[in-house]
Design a protein around this ligand. Structure first.
Ligand code: GLN
Ligand code: ZN
Length: 768
C-alpha cells in the first residue's frame, strides 16, 4: 500500500481566522490564551480535514505564528541580541517582536536602524511567501529554546492522529540566514547547530513519533561544493539520532545534487515531480533499496485539479519497483495554495469543476494512493473517470481556447517586438515633442489611497453607488491630484490610480480569461494574505481598460499626462497561471492585450505611457541555467506590449527593488525609453550596475523612500542625484520617488514632493 502524506497544510484557516486572531492580539483585543485557543482549533481542524480526505500521515510543525522559519529561530535560540529576554526564555511577545519590531509598529519601532528593528523579510525561494531571515553572529550559540513542536505533537497524538513532524533541515536553515557583524562563513555554525537537531529528534522519539520530515529545498539550487560537502557531514552525524528521516526537496529538480540526495544516510526522499518530472527515472535508478521514495505528483503551488490518470501512470510504474517503499504527496507544502474550494459558493460551476485547493488536493493524493491498492474500488473508478471527463472538457472548451487569440499569437513577427527606430532616434523626437527640462520630475503612479477612495470603490462594488456617482467621485480625485501636481510644479503628471484596488487585479478584472475567487487566500507574510486572480483561458481585452480615466486627466492640464499600466510579466507572476500552456505563451497573450491598451492611449492623445514590471526580477528561475530562457521571453513580452506606438510616444517602465546586477542586460533589452527604479535606501549604489553596463536609455533613480513616513529634505535628494550623475550622464536622469505613493498620507506626500521639485530646480541650475 502506498502511503498518502502531505508536506504541510495552509495555516491561515478557511476564513483567515489566524490573521484575524493575530491582529486582534496585536491590538490588545485578544489575550494570549484566546490567541492560543484559535491556533489549537485551527490545527485540530486542519488535521481532521486532511484525515477525512484520506491522508495517512499528517504533518505537525507546519503551523506557525507569523512564519515557520521564525519558529525555527526560536527553537534554536537564534534570537538577535536586541530581542533576547533577560531570563533567556522567549515568549510569544519575543516572537512577534522579532517579526514586527519591538514597538510592534512596523513603521517606527520596526524600522531598520531603530533599536528594536524587525528581522528582515524575504521571499521563500520562488514563491510569494516571505520568511523572516535568521540573523547569525560569529559567536552564535544554539540551544533548544522553544517547545512548540513538541506541544503540537502531543496535541495531535492526543487527538489520535498518526503524525510526521516537519522541520527545516540544518543546511537550508543556515543558508536562509544572514551573517551579521564580523565576517564569517555560515557553514562554520553547522557543528554547533547539529546537536540541537539531535536533541529534537530524541525528544520526538520519546513522544512516540516514528518519522520526521526534514525539508532541504536548497538541494534544488545551484549549490556551492562546500555546501554539498556539508550535507554529507551533517547527515552522517544525524544518522546516529533516532527516528526514520524523510528528506524533502521541492520547487525544482535535484540535477547535480541528485546523487548526493539519493545517497545521504536517511530513510526516505521526497521529490517534486510537478516542477521536475524528468528526474524520476534517474532517481529510481540511484535510490538505495532500503529507502522510501515519496513522489510529489499533485501541484502544491497552483489551483488546478490533478490529471489523475497521468499521475497514476508514474505511480504504477514506481509501485512495481518500490512496492511498500512508495509514498504519494503533493509536490510541496500546500501552504502555497488556497484552503478549501468548497467555500466558493459563487463560482461558475464549470470553472469550479476544474479547480482544487488544499483540501481537494489531499483528496487527490489519497485517491492516487488507493488506486494502486484497489484499482477497481467504486470511488477510485469514479474519481478517475471524473478526472478524465474534466480533462477532456477543458481540452476542448471554447471558454479556454479562443481561435482569435491563437491566430493573433501565430501572426506575431520579430518586428512586432521592436520599436520602429532605435532609442537614439526616438529620444530626439520625444524630446522635441515633450519639451521637458533637464532633470524632469514625475511620480510613479499612485497617490494616497484615502479612506474616502476605498469607501467609494467598495460602495460601487456593492451596488450602493451608481456608476455615474462613482465616476464623479473618481473624477474629483483626479482633479485633486492634477491640481496638486500642477501647483507643485511637477513636469510629467499622473492621474493617481484612485480607481485601482491592486495593480494586477484591476487589469485582470477587465480581461477575458481570468477568474476570481472569493476565499482563495494564500499567506504572503505574517498576517498578510493575498488572493491572486486565476488565468484559466486564452486572454484578451474586450475593451479599453484605462483610456477614459487617463483621457479625462489629460483634459484637465496642458502638462504631459502619463498613462499607467501593469506589464505582462508582473500580471503573470502575481496570478495563478494555467498549466496547459507555457508561461511564455500566457505572457505573450497578456502582452498583446496590453499592447492594444498602449495604442489606444496613444490614440487618445497620451504621449507617455508607463508599463510597470514590479515582478520582473522575481520571475528569475532558481537555477541559473534556466535564466536565459526566462529573460528572453520576459523581455520579449515587454517589448511586444510596448512596441505598437510611434517613436514620439515615450514608454516608461518601473521596477521597485534594487538588485539589477544579474538582469541588467535584459533590462536594457526591454528598451523602455525611461526606467524608474528604487534607489534611495541604497544610496545610489545600485546604479553601479547601470554604469558598468553603460545602460543606454534614461533613468529615474528614486530619491524618496516611500516605505517610510519620513520626508526627505531637498538637500538630501540633491545629494543623491549628484551621486547618480557621477554614474549616469545628467542629461539622461529623471527625478522621482522610489515607488507609488498609495500607502502614504497626503501631508507627508505633499511635503516630500515640494522638496523633490525644489531639488530638481537646484540640480538644473548646477548642471545647466
Ligand atoms: N504604478 C504603481 C503605483 O504607483 C506601481 C506600483 C509598484 O511598483 N508596486 O502604485
Ligand atoms: Zn514600485
Amino acid at each position: 500500500m502506498a502511503l498518502a502524506h502531505t508536506l504541510g497544510f495552509p495555516r491561515i484557516g478557511r476564513d483567515r481566522e489566524l490573521k484575524k486572531a493575530q491582529e486582534a492580539f496585536w491590538r490588545g483585543e485578544l489575550d494570549e490564551a484566546g490567541l492560543r485557543a484559535v491556533g489549537r482549533e485551527l490545527r485540530a481542524a486542519h488535521w481532521q480535514l486532511q484525515k477525512n480526505a484520506g491522508i495517512d500521515l499528517l504533518p505537525v510543525g507546519d503551523f506557525a505564528w507569523y512564519d515557520q522559519v521564525l519558529t525555527h529561530s526560536l527553537t534554536f535560540g537564534a534570537i538577535p541580541e536586541r530581542f533576547r529576554p533577560q531570563d533567556g526564555k522567549p515568549t510569544l511577545h519575543t516572537l512577534f517582536a522579532m517579526a514586527r519590531g519591538r514597538s510592534g509598529d512596523a513603521c517606527c519601532g520596526g524600522a531598520q536602524g531603530q533599536p528594536g528593528f524587525a528581522q528582515e523579510l524575504t521571499k521563500w525561494f520562488d514563491t510569494n511567501y516571505h520568511y523572516l531571515v535568521p540573523e547569525f553572529s560569529a559567536d552564535q550559540q544554539f540551544q533548544l529554546s522553544w517547545e512548540q513542536l513538541f506541544e503540537e505533537v502531543d496535541e495531535a497524538l492526543a487527538l489520535g492522529h498518526k503524525v510526521k513532524p516537519v522541520v527545516i533541515g540544518p543546511l537550508t536553515y543556515l543558508w536562509l540566514g544572514k551573517a551579521k557583524g564580523a565576517e564569517f562563513d555560515k557553514l562554520d555554525l553547522l557543528e554547533r547547530l547539529l546537536p540541537v537537531y539531535g536533541e529534537i529528534f530524541q525528544r520526538l522519539a520519546a513522544q512516540g513519533v516514528e518519522w520526521v520530515q526534514i525539508d532541504e529545498p536548497i538541494l534544488v539550487l545551484d549549490l556551492p561544493q562546500d555546501w554539498k560537502n556539508a550535507f554529507e557531514r551533517a547527515y552522517n552525524i544525524l544518522q546516529r539520532e533516532p527516528l526514520r528521516k524523510l528528506l524533502a526537496t521541492y520547487f525544482g529538480g535535484l540535477e547535480d545534487s541528485l546523487g548526493l540526495a539519493a545517497s545521504l544516510p536517511l530513510d526516505g526522499l521526497h521529490i517534486d515531480l510537478v516542477r521536475a518530472p524528468q528526474q524520476y527515472p534517474t532517481i529510481l535508478d540511484r535510490l538505495p533499496s532500503y529507502k522510501v521514495l515519496s513522489l510529489g505528483l499533485v501541484n502544491g503551488r497552483n489551483v488546478w485539479r490533478c490529471y489523475l490518470e497521468q499521475a497514476l501512470d508514474v505511480l504504477r510504474h514506481a509501485h512495481e519497483r518500490l512496492g511498500e517503499r512508495l509514498w504519494v504527496a503533493p509536490s510541496c507544502s500546500l501552504l502555497h495554495c488556497p484552503v478549501d474550494l468548497a467555500r466558493e459558493d459563487q463560482l461558475d460551476a464549470e470553472l469550479k469543476s476544474w479547480l482544487a485547493f488544499a483540501v481537494q488536493k489531499c483528496g487527490e493524493v489519497a485517491v492516487l494512493a488507493r488506486a494502486l491498492e484497489q484499482p477497481e474500488a467504486p470511488d477510485v473508478l469514479a474519481a478517475l473517470s471524473e478526472s478524465r471527463a474534466m480533462q477532456a472538457s477543458r481540452a476542448a472548451s471554447p471558454r479556454i481556447h479562443k481561435p482569435e487569440v491563437q491566430a493573433r499569437l501565430k501572426a506575431i513577427g520579430a518586428r512586432d517586438a521592436q520599436r520602429l527606430s532605435p532609442f537614439a532616434v526616438r529620444i530626439q523626437k520625444q524630446r522635441a515633442g515633450l519639451d521637458l527640462p533637464l532633470f524632469p520630475t514625475t511620480t510613479i503612479g499612485s497617490f494616497p489611497q484615502t479612506p474616502a477612495i476605498r469607501l467609494a470603490r467598495q460602495a460601487f462594488r456593492q451596488g450602493k453607488l451608481s456608476a455615474a456617482d462613482y465616476t464623479e467621485a473618481m473624477h474629483s480625485e483626479i482633479r485633486h491630484a492634477v491640481e496638486l501636481q500642477e501647483g507643485l510644479g511637477l513636469d510629467v503628471l499622473v492621474h493617481g490610480e484612485a480607481e485601482r484596488n491592486d495593480m494586477v487585479e484591476y487589469f485582470a478584472e477587465q480581461l477575458d480569461g481570468y477568474l476570481f475567487t472569493r476565499f482563495g487566500w494564500v499567506q504572503s507574510y505574517g498576517s498578510r494574505c493575498v488572493k491572486p486572480a486565476v488565468i484559466y483561458g486564452d486572454l484578451s481585452r474586450p475593451r479599453p481598460m484605462t483610456v477614459d480615466w487617463i483621457r479625462y486627466a489629460q483634459g484637465l492640464t496642458d502638462k504631459v499626462m502619463k498613462g499607467m499600466l501593469t506589464g505582462p510579466v508582473t500580471m503573470l507572476m502575481w496570478s495563478f497561471p494555467r498549466e496547459d500552456v507555457s508561461r511564455e505563451e500566457q505572457a505573450r497573450q497578456l502582452a498583446l492585450a496590453i499592447r492594444d491598451e498602449v495604442v489606444d492611449l496613444e490614440r487618445a492623445g497620451i504621449r507617455i505611457v508607463q508599463i510597470d514590471e514590479a515582478a520582473f526580477r522575481e520571475g528569475l528561475p532558481l537555477r541559473r541555467e534556466q535564466w536565459k530562457s526566462y529573460l528572453d521571453w520576459a523581455t520579449e513580452a515587454f517589448r511586444l506590449c510596448a512596441s505598437g506606438v510611434r517613436d514620439e510616444t515615450q514608454i516608461h517602465t518601473h521596477m521597485c527593488y534594487s538588485e539589477f546586477n544579474d538582469v541588467i542586460e535584459s533590462i536594457a533589452a526591454m528598451d523602455a525609453d525611461v526606467i524608474t527604479i528604487e534607489t534611495s535606501r541604497s544610496d545610489m549604489e545600485l546604479l553601479d550596475a547601470f554604469e558598468a553596463f553603460e545602460y543606454p536609455n534614461e533613468i529615474g533613480p528614486g530619491v524618496y523612500d516611500i516605505h517610510s513616513p519620513r520626508v526627505p529634505s531637498t538637500e538630501e535628494m540633491v545629494k543623491l542625484m549628484r551621486k547618480a550623475a557621477q554614474r549616469i550622464p545628467a542629461g539622461r536622469l529623471w527625478v522621482n520617488p522610489d515607488c507609488g505613493l498609495k500607502t502614504r498620507g497626503w501631508p507627508e506626500t505633499e511635503a516630500a514632493l515640494i522638496n523633490l521639485v525644489a531639488a530638481a530646480r537646484q540640480l538644473r541650475r548646477e548642471f545647466a
